[in-house]
Each structure stands twice: as C-alpha cells, then as structure tokens.
Design a protein around this ligand. Structure first.
Ligand code: AHM
Length: 346
C-alpha cells in the first residue's frame, strides 16, 4: 500500500472491496465465503450502532421493560446474538451456527438452503463491561462443514482451531474496528460511522517483536498454582535467576480489548486455570468461541496461543461450551509460560 510523504495512505479501501479483491486471487471461488465475511461486517455495523446507544437505554426505557414506543427492550448481548443469527441464517452460505449465548447448535431453518460453512461466535464478549462504558467485542470463527450428508450436526462445530478457514473479531471501542484473517495475513478495518463503511486502516498486522504489556486478573492470584505465579513474577522482573525488564500491566477484563491492545503494542494476555472452584473447569474462556478464533489471529500475526501445555489450535473440542486456560500474544512470552507450567504445574 502506498503512502504519501505525510503518512496518509494513497488509497481508501472499503472492507467490501478488500474482501472481493482477495476472492479474485482464488480462481474458482464461488463467492459464498466472500459474502459470508461481508455479512459478518454488516452484522457488526448493526451491533456497533446499538452499543453506542447502550447508555441511553435507561433514558429511553430499561432493558427487559418496554421502551417509550411500547417495544420490549432487548439486552445488548441478546440483541447481538439475534443480529448474528438473523443476518446469517437465510443466506445459503452456512450449514450451521453455534453461539456462546445458545446452549445447543443453531440450525438453518428448513425453508432456507444450507451452505458449506459453519459459523461459531461470541456475539458480545465482555458483556459485564457494557454498563460501565468499557470496550466490548464480537468474536467469530468459520469452519468448513465436515459431515458429508444430511443436515449439519454438532460434529461440524467440534473442529480444532487449526482447521479454521477464517476468524476475526470486532471491537466496539473509541472506534469500531473489524480485524480478520483468512490465513493470509491479519487485516484491520475501522468503521467510519459517517459513511457506514469499514475502511482498511491496519493492513498486515504483525505483533511487535518487543512486548510492552502483560494482562491478567491479578485479583485471583491466591487461586493460582505455582507455575502461573512464578511466570507472573518473571514478567514483573522479580525472578532473581532470570531477571528482565518488568512489563507494564494492563487489564481491561474484556478479552477482545485486551487482546487487541497486545496485538498492536506487543504483550501477553492470560486467563489461567485457577482453584476458585476446585471441581470446576480448568479455565474460564470458551475454546470454540473465544480462544480458538483469537489463537488463529495471533498465529497469523506472528504470535502464539497455548492452554499452558499445548497449542490452542491443536485442541479438539469435546463439547460446544468447553472452557480452557488461555495464554496468548508474543510467542516468546507464551512459550515461557509453558516452560513455567511444565516445571511447576498450572
Ligand atoms: P463473558 O463471556 O461473561 O463476557 O466473560 C468473558 C470475559 C472476557 O472478555 C474477559 O477477558 C474475562 O471474561 C474477564 O474475566 P474476569 O472478570 O474474571 O477477569
């Protein structure tokens, strides 16, 4: 991409143009995949419009109650989920969907034709942050259908992240951005609300070699195992045998926002296994809707994601809502976490 001497790019490229241009590099492509990405971008714009009005709900009518027009107000996470489903169920591009908000799979209604792709998504991640006006996001992953006949089934969703054909996220922050990868670089687009278009703003994102931040909820330190504690002390430059410059700590508590910052500035986000609920799952975040799609993005930006013991992208999900510990960001830092966990346990 050409730049003028003042740093401003020569071209203004919309996401639609960009996705189409990518399609032309794949002779024989039917356009279904291209259009699917564009449908997601459109859903994102609708969700973005509502998130910017979130603070007005109390003025215009409480969530769960009637608004002044007598319409029932929907909670934003329910709205985001419905938008993704409504936008994608009739297009003929998908065989099945699965959402963090819905216990089972989401079938394509019989009256619509089914396609070849599977869409998994977390419609509104970090939803506890909505009420306090902190960035939230949507995360998505696209797989190819693997069952051969009949309606697609849950088995089509339970694929390892390695088999993703595309993944991305939308961050609703000081501006709305959509970041995605189809395995050919990671590209970021910023929504111009005036014209209603996502414009290419961050082509070929690479995670910087030198990390700046570590992001973890240290409030739960007392529940951590020895490996996680020692790794954290190492990041803070407090390991006497292996001292380093301390990293700056930043934790928003919205995975998309924490991940996005570290992707652009360099760093590691982790949500380790902990002992808050001794009989509970190993981690908090969902493999299918959160960890795997972001691991795909990290990988294609030169980073890495692990559950502390193995690459996230290698894990074969056993159930739709399976949770995993997540370490994601600069490869050297994630590998260091694996070393500490191998030596001292998680
Ligand atoms: P959610 O699905 O309830 O939104 O939870 C997911 C969120 C992530 O966005 C975030 O990184 C994490 O939970 C924060 O958890 P905690 O408040 O325990 O630090």
């Amino acid at each position: 991409m050409n730049e003028r001497p003042n740093g401003i790019r020569e071209e203004i490229i919309t996401i639609e143009r960009y996705i189409l241009d990518q399609q032309y590099t794949h002779p024989g492509a039917t356009g279904a995949f291209t259009n699917l990405l564009y449908d997601i971008a459109l859903a994102a714009k609708i969700i973005a419009r509502e998130t910017t009005r979130a603070g007005l709900v109390e003025i215009l009518g409480l969530a769960g109650k009637m608004n002044i027009q007598g319409e029932a107000q929907m909670k934003l996470d329910v709205f985001a989920n419905e938008t993704m489903v409504r936008m994608n169920s009739y297009t003929g591009r998908l065989a099945l969907m699965a959402s963090e908000e819905v216990p089972g799979v989401i079938s394509i209604p019989e009256e619509y034709s089914a396609g070849r792709y599977i869409l998994v998504f977390d419609p509104l991640d970090g939803s506890s942050n909505i009420d306090v006006n902190v960035s939230i996001g949507t995360i998505f992953g696209v797989y190819r259908r693997i069952t051969k006949e009949g309606p697609a089934t849950e088995a089509d969703c339970l694929q390892p992240g390695r088999d993703l054909v595309a993944a991305g996220y939308i961050i609703y922050g000081s501006s709305t951005m959509m970041i995605y990868s189809t395995g050919n670089g990671v590209h970021g687009f910023t929504l111009d609300p005036g014209v209603g278009e996502f414009l290419l703003s961050h082509p070929n994102i690479r995670i910087p070699d030198k990390a700046k931040y570590f992001s973890v909820n240290q409030g739960y330190e007392k529940y951590w195992g020895e490996g996680v504690l020692r790794f954290t002390r190492w990041l803070q430059g407090m390991n006497e045998e292996d001292p380093r410059e301390p990293l700056s700590g930043r934790y928003i508590g919205s995975l998309v926002a924490d991940f996005h910052r570290n992707l652009l500035a360099g760093g590691i986000y982790y949500y380790p296994a902990d002992r808050r609920k001794p009989k509970g799952p190993r981690g908090k975040l969902r493999l299918l809707y959160e960890a795997a799609p972001l691991a795909f993005i990290a990988q294609h930006a030169g980073g890495y994601a692990s559950d502390g013991q193995q690459p996230i992208l290698d894990i074969l999900p056993e159930s739709l809502h399976q949770r995993v510990p997540l370490y994601i960001g600069n490869r050297d830092l994630v590998e260091k976490a694996e070393e500490f966990i191998a030596a001292y346990g998680e």
